[in-house]
Ligand binder design. Structure first.
Ligand SMILES: Nc1ncnc2c1ncn2[C@@H]1O[C@H](COP(=O)(O)OP(=O)(O)OP(=O)(O)O)[C@@H](O)[C@H]1O
Length: 602
């Protein structure tokens, strides 16, 4: 291991430690100055606005105070960010080094870390993993190449790529990575225990994952990837990447992540803070439409029995009769050949122009009659919201980037709604077309403009051992021949009987940091088991907790997206898993949850 590298780490580590001390003192001093200034301002008391010269003096003094406050605030914010970054880097200042020649034969050494860090002369000590030059590292290029920065291709020769394992000021390992990014390190990370939420993967992002994280040419990115291929991980790294790219204009409040349930939201919580970003908002699809319903005065309790697909079709056709409840004059602003949606948008603009737009949008039309006239009854409140968004050409401006995980579970209605509401939004959608547990599969790309859409695939599965991966691949339909594993072979899945569950569990000795997931077909069976194993954690739809060490019990629908060191699937031969339409998908999802061990109980 290079002495130079060990020394370099010492230098950076000491600087970070010194900076943390200095910045902590500086922030305390700033807080003290702010307190003194407040006291001083309070004691200066009244505003003297007597004579004209008194007024001038008073305003000048207010101006001076404001400037001082602004300076204090700016210094405070800079110190807070720098302190946050120094603390984030302290356990692992960087994870890789690129040795680059920019054509002047002078070798430049760039260290990559979770965030960028500079010295007092703004010289880069650590480059942010999201910086343009880091792309050359993740894209696995060596020799003469280019990377894109500020819209320009920068030529560069990559002389060496190295990866480091660091624990604070100890350099534990240095790996030269000429081929795939740090395969030994990747394998080490993948072999570790999974006893809680998902972890960030910055140091070992793979080439095909990097391409998705950094895709910037298309506003819509749709990823179809096999179980355990890192879809959720990539989604979260991409959130961080986009926040970095738009760091001058976006905040985490501009991001929205759609997750299948609150237990899953919990599972991914913590990944972005570990990357130095604040936690963005995440919610379920039902919550999303409920909150948009509220904005339009509509109460939406369910998406069931909706008619969005039919309505989407009708919107594009002419509709000669005036929609029930709408003023004839408004509808007559366009002619009978114009499709319904455009006619209603014209009517809406006209009503606004003549100040006749209804204050309460829910009263705008006679929805029941309109539904009957369309032959679509009843028009649900979800249907009404969809129509209102279209009729008013509503464009939301709250969310700049939308991320959808487990996308295969969304029906056509959701894609129609999302494509309507988020027209100006960058959308990243990740899913696995083989992981749908019920209902009809949907081709997501059909709902978006092909010119605006990048479609990418992930076929390497990182989660599980070779044997487990091969086992679940047999249920993966058209994925079967494409799924490849990276981990060692491990042990073969075991078969047993559900009545032998306690024996299976007794045999399985878990270390303090290992998790075991018991996956049942239904929530009822999970609840029943939970009473038999009171020490186990029972995951429910609205659970505010996530996977933890020891036993975890949940129905398959909630196990989706989660992983455990060991998975035990009950009722493997039941009708639920042998269902002609969905049986294989269910087995594929269930069997792909364990990273090291898998037991199937008949
Ligand atoms: N490049 C990587 N480096 C380290 N670990 C990785 C990498 N890619 C994926 N993993 C790990 O593989 C496991 C599976 O990742 P993830 O849950 O993101 O996959 P997924 O495709 O979303 O799975 P599912 O299909 O089950 O929803 C996680 O433990 C994740 O940390």
């Amino acid at each position: 291991m290079g002495q130079n590298e060990a020394h370099h780490l010492q230098v950076i580590y000491q600087r970070l430690t010194r900076d943390i001390d200095r910045l902590t003192t500086q922030l305390a001093d700033l807080a003290q100055s702010a307190r003194s200034m407040k006291q001083q301002l309070n004691s200066e008391g009244h505003l003297d606005l007597g004579t004209f010269s008194d007024q001038l003096e008073t305003f000048a003094s207010i101006e001076a105070n404001n400037r001082q406050i602004d300076t204090l605030n700016a210094r405070h914010d800079t110190a807070v960010t720098r302190l946050k970054h120094a603390k984030l880097l302290l356990p692992q200042a960087y994870f890789a080094k690129l040795s680059l020649d920019f054509g002047d034969d002078d070798l430049e050494e760039l260290y990559l870390g979770k965030v960028g860090y500079t010295d007092e002369n703004t010289r880069d000590l650590v480059y942010d993993w999201r910086s343009p030059v880091a792309d050359a590292y993740y894209a696995n290029r060596t020799g003469a190449t280019t990377y894109r920065a500020n819209g320009r291709d920068i030529p560069v020769t990559i002389k060496q790529r190295q990866q480091f394992v660091i624990d604070h000021d100890h350099l534990l390992q240095v790996v030269d990575t000429d081929a795939a990014i740090g395969d030994p390190l990747l394998l080490e990370v993948l072999a570790s225990n999974r006893s809680g939420g998902l972890q960030e993967i910055t140091a070992t992002i793979q080439q095909e994952q990097n391409a998705i994280i950094r895709e910037s040419r298309h506003p819509i990115v749709i990823v179809d990837g096999v179980a355990g291929s890192g879809k959720t991980s990539v989604l979260l790294q991409r959130v961080a990447y986009q926040l970095y790219r738009h760091r001058d204009s976006w905040t985490p409040a501009d991001i929205l992540i759609l997750t299948p349930n609150t237990a899953f939201s919990r599972y991914i919580r913590g990944v972005l803070p570990a990357l130095g970003e604040a936690e963005p908002l995440s919610t379920t699809y039902l919550n999303l439409i409920q909150s948009w319903g509220q904005r339009f005065g509509l109460t939406i309790s369910t998406t069931a029995d909706n008619h969005l697909a039919e309505l989407a079709d009708r919107l594009q056709q002419p509709y000669t009769q005036t929609p029930a409840g709408l003023s004839q004059r408004a509808y007559d602003q366009s002619n009978d050949r114009v499709p319904l949606v455009n006619r209603m948008q014209t009517a809406w603009r006209w009503l606004n122009a003549v100040n006749l737009a209804p204050e309460d949008l829910t009263d705008w039309l006679d929805w029941d009659q309109f539904g009957r006239d369309l032959g679509i009854t009843p028009l649900t409140t979800y249907d009404q919201l969809y129509l209102l968004l279209n009729f008013t050409a509503y464009q939301q401006t709250v969310t700049q980037a939308l991320f959808v995980d487990e996308a295969q579970d969304y029906g056509p209605d959701a894609w129609l709604f999302i494509a309507t509401l988020f027209q100006k939004t960058a959308i990243t959608i990740v899913g696995d077309h083989r992981q749908r547990l019920s209902g009809q599969a949907t081709t997501i790309s059909d709902f978006f403009d092909p010119d605006q859409t990048a479609q990418l695939r992930l076929t390497t599965s990182y989660r599980a051992t070779g044997q487990i991966t091969r086992f679940f691949a047999q249920f993966a339909g058209d994925w079967q021949d494409e799924i490849s594993a990276v981990q060692e072979e491990g042990i073969a899945p075991e078969i047993g009987s559900t009545s032998a569950l306690s024996r299976v569990l007794a045999k399985q000795s878990l270390s303090a940091t290992q998790s075991l997931g018991i996956i049942t077909p239904t929530a009822e069976i999970a609840a029943e088991l939970a009473t038999q194993y009171p020490a186990a954690q029972f995951l429910k739809e609205q659970a505010f907790h996530t996977v933890r060490p020891g036993l975890n019990i949940m129905p398959l629908a909630l196990a989706k997206g989660l992983e455990f060191d060991f998975a035990v699937v009950t009722h493997w031969q039941s009708a639920f898993y042998t269902d002609p339409q969905h049986g294989h998908n269910r087995r594929y999802v269930a069997a792909s949850r364990g990273t090291k061990g898998l037991t199937l109980l008949n």
